[in-house]
Design a protein around this ligand. Structure first.
Ligand code: AMP
Length: 539
């Protein structure tokens, strides 16, 4: 059949993953074999040693927490010794370890898996589901990622897609995909704000839609703010109440904790529809051989008081993003909600109060990203293809010997783009190579940023042109001038934590003899020192 879709759009979510395909220009979510539209992003090893994916993996989360991987979207593409992984390590009951190349990896029953591998299990399950439903092989996909993902995270998701057997045609930013689902082929001329509050992350993007040109004006977010934080607030409250009532601390009981976590999330979701719930967990523990039950009522109002500050934090981010581009709140024509947590009534009320208008109805917060990714996939290569002008969410630069970062590409730069500069001389006179350690992140200090890799070229290249190119997928390519023209340079990976520590030690030694100039012209390097201390503690 000529119109059989061979490309799908995939929203690889923190909590759930969805796949969509376009037929006759209409995008639709493909149902899973359980008849659901979502596949939980959960991978597990059963007690019999079977690899489980999706609902079946989630079902055994309570009884087998150490061999059940969830929330891995927060870990993929991160270095084991990075601050983000350090912060997350205690949040998951499974083992996070150091994998090849210093990447964070996970263990299932004593066997190491890379995070792209884990995501590939989810993706290949979806591939099978889509192939069965659509009746034929699917070989290509557009996969969405948070706008806030750095280069390493994007590369890792692409790798996951490849491992699952997809030709990944595009990595697209989730808010951009959501905007496509809203505005594709509607001939609009609007400024819209995509407010994406998912399970683990918050993303905001402001776009200008003009026909089928989708231009991202500004983007921002917080990779540590999402539905799970709302669940945690409920969990903390439940643990505290139970401790008060029974003097029993459930914090050391992983199975009880997992049951409370599930019940907290379920209560939160129920409170979207009804004003009161009771968290009811019979036989949560025992005392002197007698069962202890947990029964704690929760009202929507109380949930609002427990989590209101989390919602307010999202508006601080929205305001910052708008201010960066000098856009007034009143200029926003529509607010599009994405992510399950945006369904919370408090979020919608506060949006209305903050922006002076209610969020747009009719765009499905769970489905729009996958639908938009599918629309993009379908439009690639066609004559009426959409034009996406996306923006870089975090600046990219290279490390200076004083531990700071020299910015090369600024935040919110329109992509695709190229920035050229001249290669600096080697760090030490007479060294055979120039090495530029490339970092991405908002901080001026390299230790607070994510290491992307090292450009290593012979010292004779000093003064030659070097290009930092950002592809339409927001992936970095480095080109260096040679006699024959510009040549692509593969980034070498150094043993990051060790190298960083060594570099920082040199900074500390230098610091005793000379002050480290900061980029704002002062000599206040307290931030640098505290980062150095934390990296030493980690080592
Ligand atoms: P996502 O990453 O978009 O799949 O969002 C998942 C998050 O949305 C999880 O934290 C869910 O608990 C949360 N969520 C889903 N439905 C609701 C709802 N009706 N009310 C509040 N939160 C919800």
């Amino acid at each position: 059949m000529a119109d059989r879709p061979r490309i799908v759009g995939i929203d690889l979510g923190t909590t759930n993953t969805l796949v969509a395909s376009v037929r006759n220009r209409i995008p639709k979510i493909v149902p899973t074999d359980r008849g659901n539209l979502i596949l939980p992003s959960v991978v597990a090893l059963s007690s019999k040693g079977d690899l489980l994916v999706g609902g079946v993996a989630k079902d055994q989360m309570v009884t087998n927490p150490r061999n059940t991987l969830w929330g891995t979207k927060r870990l993929i593409g991160r270095k084991y010794h990075s601050k983000s992984v350090e912060d997350l390590r205690g949040a998951f009951p499974y083992d996070i370890v150091e994998g090849p190349g210093g990447d964070a990896a996970v263990m299932l029953d004593g066997k190491l898996y890379s995070l792209p591998q884990v995501s590939s299990f989810v993706l290949s399950q979806l591939k099978t589901i889509a192939e069965q439903f659509l009746g034929g092989p699917i070989d290509a996909a557009v996969i969405s990622v948070p706008a806030y993902y750095n280069d390493n995270q994007r590369q890792a998701v692409k790798e996951a897609g490849r491992l699952a057997g997809f030709d990944v045609k595009r990595i697209v930013n989730e808010p951009t995909a959501a905007a496509l689902a809203y505005g594709f082929n509607r001939g609009l001329d609007q400024k819209i704000l995509v407010y994406d509050l998912g399970g683990g992350t918050f993303d905001v993007s402001v776009l200008h839609l003009s026909g089928n040109v989708f231009e991202v004006l500004a983007t921002g977010g917080d990779t540590f703010l999402g539905g799970a934080d709302f669940d945690n607030r409920i969990m903390e409250y439940v643990l505290e109440r139970f401790r008060e009532e029974t003097k029993v601390d459930l914090a050391e009981n992983p199975i009880a904790l997992q049951r409370i976590k599930n019940a907290a999330e379920a209560a939160k979701i129920d409170l979207t529809l009804i004003p009161n719930v009771v968290i009811d967990l019979p036989f949560i523990d025992e005392r002197k051989g007698k069962p202890l039950d947990l029964r704690i009522p929760l009202t929507r109002e109380f949930l609002n008081s427990l989590t209101g500050d989390l919602v307010d934090r999202t508006f601080d981010i929205c305001d910052r993003v708008l201010a960066e581009k000098g856009i007034a709140r009143s200029e926003i024509d529509e607010i599009i909600l994405v992510g399950g947590q945006s369904r919370m009534p408090l979020v919608q009320q506060k949006i209305q109060a903050h922006f002076g208008k209610p969020p747009r109805k009719g765009v499905h917060p769970d489905e729009c990203v996958a639908l938009g990714a599918a629309l993009l996939g379908d439009s690639l290569g066609s004559i009426d293809a959409v034009t996406l002008l996306d923006a870089l969410s975090m600046p990219i630069g290279y490390a200076l010997p004083n531990g700071r970062v020299k910015r090369i590409i600024e935040k919110n730069s329109l992509i695709p783009m190229v920035k050229s500069f001249r290669l600096p001389p080697p760090k030490e006179p007479g060294a055979p190579f120039i090495e530029l350690d490339i970092f991405q992140g908002d901080s001026d200090l390299m230790v607070d940023n994510e290491y992307l890799g090292t450009v290593r070229v012979p010292s004779a290249a000093a003064g030659r042109k070097i290009d930092f190119r950002l592809t339409e997928e927001c992936l970095l390519q480095v080109m260096v001038e040679e006699a024959s023209g510009m040549r692509k340079v593969d980034l070498a990976t150094r043993d990051t934590p060790e190298q960083l520590k060594k570099a920082l030690q040199e900074v500390v030694i230098k610091r005793d003899t000379q002050p480290v100039p900061s980029s704002n012209g002062t000599n206040d390097d307290r931030g640098l020192l505290s980062s150095i201390k934390s990296i030493f503690r980690r080592g």
